[in-house]
Design a protein around this ligand. Sequence first.
Ligand SMILES: Cc1cc2nc3c(=O)[nH]c(=O)nc-3n(C[C@H](O)[C@H](O)[C@H](O)COP(=O)(O)OP(=O)(O)OC[C@H]3O[C@@H](n4cnc5c(N)ncnc54)[C@H](O)[C@@H]3O)c2cc1C
Length: 417
Amino acid sequence: MSNHGGNVSVIGAGIVGIATALNLQRAGYEVTIIDKVPPGEGATLGNAGIIAPSAIVPVMIPGIWKKTPAMLLNPMGPLSLKWSYAMGILPWFFDYLRNSSAKKVTTIASGLSDILSGAIEDHQQLARGASAEQWIKPAPYIYVYQNEADYHQEAFSWNLRKSHGAKFTFLKNGEIQEMDPSISPDYKFALVLEGHGFIPDPLGLVRSLAKDFAGKGGTILHREVTDIEIGADGPESLITPQGSIDIETLVIAAGAWSGKLAARLGSPVPLETERGYHVVLTDPGVAPKYPIMSTKGKFVATPMTMGLRLAGLVEFAGLQAGPNYKRARTLLRHAKRLFPGVRTGEFTEWMGHRPALPDSLPVIDRSPYFSNVYFAFGHQHVGITGGPKTGRLVAEMIQGKKPNIDMKPFSIRRFKN
Ligand SMILES: Cc1cc2nc3c(=O)[nH]c(=O)nc-3n(C[C@H](O)[C@H](O)[C@H](O)COP(=O)(O)OP(=O)(O)OC[C@H]3O[C@@H](n4cnc5c(N)ncnc54)[C@H](O)[C@@H]3O)c2cc1C
């Protein structure tokens, strides 16, 4: 494609960076992606792969603050904190809790709904005409409960989702096991979400998109950006151990690592990482057709090309600490409860960094200080779902087009920098 739009450098080759780069390339820009690891090997690599337009309700919901201390005290529970990291994260955590009131959660859900609605179509559009199309699987998403009362306890969340267009039906008693005989009879109630989907290999998806991008003339550089050189007219070049890279327009899509780069550009943000884990059972002996969310175990089981992936958990321990795979292995126990016949002997394990802001909304914005700088990060638990639309929005902003949604919730200025 001819270069009639100018040059854009994108830091980050996760789903957000790749989607941004492809949208810009299709609009006629010459785009360079810079990443310290190969495309898709950040948080995007190991996620649960769910395309979930209904995932508009943040982790912190009304009343959760009462349960949080007990949850944090259980090192093997779904939410945990590395105690040596506790002091540093306290201010962020208080902000996170402050965002759990019904009013705040309702506002957050509206913002997320604008980013996540139409996610299947956004993915299909991004992948169109390329090998990436094979990875987009429209499918129902099943939430299983042990009983109907447990579902009613989550009425606030489900009503909110419904008010934003989520469509679901229910399965009761044996109907769940008729749908999937491998699910334990202890699960007597399920909710079936329509209009969802999954990606049976999220790394495969990003690799395919990256191949499409490179095949059409895009450049991907395997380098770490250690600093940004700022001249009289704004950012001029990226510093990497292999030399500097001149820039014209810059997009920061560096996932959980975006905080340092944003601060360098005069916009410090309270970006944390909600670390998550997966195990992939490579010989599970059970084969669910659709992704299943166990509301009891707080994990998702997704049928993937490499096996049955069990993904979930939230751990606050920062970007530096190594993984605690004992936590990942708690997923094996939960899987046995959900699928009594599952084989858990052979598995691989992984930890990844969800980029998280305390109000659970991403930053998708132009820099208040530099007109050639844009930000696209902070997609917490829903980056696979919201990545393609984010990429389109950033490309529209760079082209000077007005996005057709209210962008205020995603402003970097909301953090008063
Ligand atoms: C266990 C788990 C399950 C999940 N399940 C789902 C799900 O089912 N559905 C869903 O929608 N979302 C899910 N998510 C969330 C989703 O994975 C993330 O929101 C998404 O991957 C974030 O994408 P990203 O492109 O912003 O970041 P990343 O994929 O992390 O990409 C950022 C890239 O920037 C690069 N980078 C950073 N700093 C620099 C630098 N200085 N120089 C060069 N390169 C740099 C990194 O190397 C990285 O490759 C899950 C996450 C986890 C952890």
